[in-house]
Design a protein around this ligand. Structure first.
Ligand SMILES: NC(=O)c1ccc[n+]([C@@H]2O[C@H](COP(=O)([O-])OP(=O)(O)OC[C@H]3O[C@@H](n4cnc5c(N)ncnc54)[C@H](O)[C@@H]3O)[C@@H](O)[C@H]2O)c1
Length: 351
């Protein structure tokens, strides 16, 4: 039997429910408490997840639960990630913080420093690196099957998928639109598969042309709040890494394309591959081969992510989603946004 691991939540909305369900599957984990500004949200969390100790102020929760809970899941809007995580680390708790890690690389640095000072684990809630298809491509790269990685094309494109709940259209609370919200998923897994090279410069552009107007065509999430919509509809960027590799990222909540795409394509000197559909491309015996795995495990990456978090905190495995990884992903996103604002390429060291 493992030692009991007690968890609290800051933010008890959509993703907190997913995490609660998956944490319940991990041996000897107890969900102790939750904090949210919404009493209605807390009522739902109590009813559906069985968490009866609730707070409307996260600071009060941290004060009262200090020494009682081992860890906190930060599941608030992006603009609160740094404040919530640092406060929890300072209260002596391990932290898993939802993606994106924060609003800026400056905030990420402060979070990393707080974790070091508190000697607690900081895990960034990236789940796509735990996806079984990501693992297949990562193994190819790690085993040298693709040779030197040259270029990665990342796509997180929705034809019409502006969230009609939460605050995803609010730049002040989220930091941006599709690039920071879904581009982050595809970028973190692609960057992880590449071997986490250091980003050195970025160039990019963003456009807003549909989200800030009343709905013109029916999509999967109709009638978003167009009046408060201040984020981009489409963002495109290019990032240069210290090993000479290049990544391009295309991300949209709304774009005039045939269908949604969520994938990345990796090209190396010896081989390449795609995430969706999962495939590997190589030259063998004088021919060009397209290979697909005969079996891909159907494991849920959200469940793997939460088990990984608990295992890391229990000292049973290395952190595969560190604050340093989160920082580099943030630098990629921030580099693209900053370049779009300035209208020129930016150096990551100047962010
Ligand atoms: N990993 C994933 O696949 C994934 C999926 C969805 C969302 N997310 C991330 O999770 C975070 C939350 O997204 P969501 O979809 O759950 O949004 P949500 O709107 O459903 O939930 C956010 C919750 O935070 C609460 N909140 C707001 N301000 C607060 C404060 N000051 N103190 C305490 N609680 C506060 C809100 O009341 C709400 O209940 C975002 O950062 C988002 O990017 C990640």
């Amino acid at each position: 039997m493992a030692k009991e691991f007690k968890v609290g939540f800051i933010g008890a909305g959509g993703i907190a429910h997913t995490h609660a369900k998956n944490l319940k599957k991990v041996e000897d984990v107890t969900l102790v408490c939750a904090a949210d500004v919404s009493e209605k949200g807390l009522e739902k969390f109590t009813k559906e997840q069985g968490v009866t100790t609730v707070y409307t102020d996260f600071k009060e929760m941290l004060k009262k639960e200090k020494g009682n809970i081992d860890a906190v899941c930060v599941c608030t809007p992006n603009g609160l990630h740094a404040e919530n995580s640092i406060a929890a680390l300072e209260a002596g708790m391990h932290v898993i913080v939802e993606k994106p890690m924060a609003m800026s690389s400056k905030e990420c640095h402060a979070m990393i420093d707080a974790a070091k000072k508190a000697k607690k684990h900081l895990v960034v809630g990236f789940q796509y690196r735990f996806n079984p298809k990501t693992a297949i491509l990562k193994k190819q790269v790690d085993d040298g099957e693709f040779g030197k990685i040259l270029y990665v094309r990342v796509q997180a494109l929705r034809r019409r998928g502006i969230p009609n709940w939460g605050v995803f259209g609010r730049k002040d609370l989220q930091g941006g639109g599709p690039m920071i919200d879904i581009g982050v998923h595809a970028s973190e897994m692609a960057h992880y598969v590449m071997g986490c090279p250091k980003p050195v410069s970025a160039t990019g552009q963003t456009w807003t042309y549909l989200g800030n107007k009343p709905m013109q065509a029916l999509g999967m999430w109709p009638n978003w709040d167009h009046k408060t919509y201040t984020v981009e509809d489409l963002a495109v960027g290019m990032v240069r890494f210290d090993n000479g590799a290049i990544m391009t990222i295309e991300s949209s909540f709304a774009a005039h394309i045939e269908k949604d795409i969520f994938s990345f394509q990796i090209m190396g000197e010896k081989g390449g591959g795609t995430f969706d559909p999962i495939a590997v491309f190589k030259d063998q015996n004088g021919y060009m081969w397209n290979e697909t795995p005969g079996f891909v495990p159907n494991d849920d990456h959200f469940a793997i992510k939460m088990k990984h978090f608990v295992d890391v905190c229990r000292g049973e495995r290395e952190n595969a989603s560190t604050g340093e990884h989160g920082l580099m992903v943030q630098q990629i996103l921030e580099g693209i946004y900053t370049s779009a604002e300035k209208g020129k390429e930016v150096l990551i060291k100047d962010l």
